[in-house]
Design a protein around this ligand. Structure first.
Ligand code: MSP
Length: 510
């Protein structure tokens, strides 16, 4: 079986889940579900980033220990994943011993190789982003307060990881591996960053300033910088240092938001791996940001979208559908309640939901709840059958290219065509006719419609796992793989009895 390994960013343990976290997990989940249905052996990793100053500070403000804070935040994020049906295989927390041991082991290796050195450094430090700032971070000559918060000049002795010796190698790697960064336009941004010298990475924090971190193995008066620790989760979770590791590495996709591509994932991480003589990730997938009325979501503006509210109120699948239908992977998108309601009522309620409920109703009424045989195909039926083969190929290709919004667009074109087919065939009229040919037409039309619905539910499975399952259950079908399941079949449903009398998949929202 072909292996497929995918990771998401690990969320900071100092906040609550919002739509950005939810979207990233859903996107990752859909990719993994698609691969599983295509027969891959998938390993899907997500988790929580638990160290650092912000976590320490938030815990202090609340009067609890950092570990207590992390445990309660972990519960919130794990509950979010459960509600959104995120099919992860492993959830890593950076305070777990399995992670700590490997971070220390890697630090020691790099220290022994001479890639880490100690030096005094004076620089401008932002607590908000927990790092020394570079000249490159300036916008119009200043470090924007909205991004970096309060900045203090500090002089400190710290440990540094050498980046510059690997710079040219990284430039060459990015230039010669066009699938390394997705979408491709982001590679330009990375190369731009690499045009000038890059500062070595400060990978330690003195314990008298921050104690909530992984102690350096070669100096117990320091803890590890949170990003250096966090990035290592991608290998500590998959048995780095053992034979098993090669089953997973190199990873197929690191799914992250565009804000943490440069410098963390596209500069620090590849250089860390290169210094360790490890192969590069196959693809860094940088998705865009969810905005609210064009603005960044923020607690102070009060425009943070709670994904849990939507999933609880309108159903998990409806929320999954909305975020994937609206956002082209890699681009930003604006969340609006009106748009959500319109997609829900129109696409899901009117187009898909009504199709399933009216078809099952007609099958009960005109065929006694048993799927009839497909007899002669005439032109309306042929149109549906032919359209399916085009749509199926388009959708599979779009899934493969991570174009989920256009895959869904194509699927809904097909759903529209089935609805139109029912209008043209008008089974309710055929049922009234005495002509023997019309009885055959009536049965064939409903059988074709059932098969088209089966195929729709099958191909929608990665995005709408619960609803698709419910639809397939109407036909008493259990589906675990796409093998032979996406081909038009004359026989698949014949003589199956419907498991339900009536079904409402998406009750209307007022
Ligand atoms: N802890 C770091 C990641 C370490 S990975 C080794 C972090 N955490 S985060 O909680 O701030 O963000 C987690 C993910 O959510 C990131 O990929 C980030 O880009 C994503 N999002 C946060 N806000 C977002 C939106 N508004 N929209 C879409 N995704 C965004 O960064």
């Amino acid at each position: 079986m072909k292996k497929f390994y995918l990771t998401t960013a690990i969320d900071y343990a100092n906040g609550h889940p919002h739509i950005g976290h939810a979207y990233e997990k859903i996107l990752a989940d859909v990719i993994c579900r698609t691969k599983r249905l295509l027969g891959y052996d998938v390993h899907f990793l997500t988790g929580l980033d638990e160290h650092g100053q912000k976590v320490e500070q938030t815990a202090k403000d609340r009067g609890i220990s950092p570990q207590m804070l992390c445990d309660s935040v972990a519960k919130e994020f794990i509950d979010m994943c459960a509600l959104l049906h995120i099919s992860y295989d492993d959830y890593i927390r950076t305070t777990q011993p399995r992670h700590r041991v490997i971070v220390r082991d890697i630090l020691q290796k790099l220290f022994d190789k001479g890639d880490i050195y100690k030096a005094e450094y004076t620089g401008f430090y932002s607590t908000r982003v927990e790092r020394f700032l570079h000249e490159k971070d300036k916008v119009n000559g200043v470090w924007p307060e909205s991004e970096f918060g309060q900045i203090n000049e500090i002089t400190e002795i710290n440990y540094f990881f050498k980046l510059n010796p690997h710079k040219q190698w990284l430039v060459d790697y990015i230039t010669t591996h066009e699938n390394f960064i997705f979408p491709k336009f982001r590679a330009k941004q990375v190369l731009e960053f690499l045009k000038e010298d890059i500062n070595d990475l400060c990978i330690s924090r003195p314990k008298n300033r921050l104690s909530w971190g992984i102690e350096l193995p070669f100096d117990s008066t320091y803890v590890t910088y949170v990003w250096f620790d966090a990035l290592i989760n991608y290998i500590s979770a998959v048995y780095f240092g053992t034979e098993k590791f090669s089953e997973f590495w190199p990873v197929d996709y690191h799914v992250v938001g565009k804000d943490i591509l440069v410098p963390a994932h596209a500069i620090y991480w590849p250089i860390m791996l290169h210094a360790l003589d490890l192969p590069m990730p196959k693809t860094l997938l940088a998705h865009g940001w969810w905005l609210c009325s064009g603005e960044k979501m923020s607690k102070s503006v009060g425009n943070v979208i709670d994904p849990l509210d939507y999933a609880k109120q309108f159903g998990t699948d409806a929320f999954r559908y909305f975020v994937l239908r609206e956002m082209a992977v890699g681009q930003d998108s604006d969340f609006s309640h009106e748009l959500f309601v319109s997609r829900y009522n129109n696409d899901l309620g009117n187009d898909l939901g009504n199709l399933v409920s009216r078809s099952s109703h007609m099958l009960q009424r005109y065929c006694g709840g048993i799927i009839p045989k497909i007899m002669t195909l005439e032109s309306p039926e042929n149109e549906v059958v032919n359209l399916w083969s085009t749509i199926r190929n388009k959708v599979l290709e779009a899934y493969d290219r991570l174009q989920f919004h256009s895959a869904l667009e194509s699927i809904f074109i097909f759903i529209g065509a089935i609805n139109k087919f029912l209008e043209v065939r008008a089974p309710w009229k055929l049922a009234k006719s005495d002509h023997p040919k019309d009885q055959e037409r009536l049965h064939t039309a409903l059988a074709v419609c059932s098969e088209a619905i089966r195929l729709t539910a099958t191909i929608l499975m990665p995005v709408l796992p619960t609803v698709s399952q419910k639809i397939l259950e109407i036909f008493q079908i259990k589906m675990v793989s796409w093998e032979n399941q996406l081909d038009w079949s004359k026989e698949c449903l014949v003589n199956r009895s419907l498991a339900v009398k009536s079904i409402i998949l998406f009750p209307k929202i007022a």
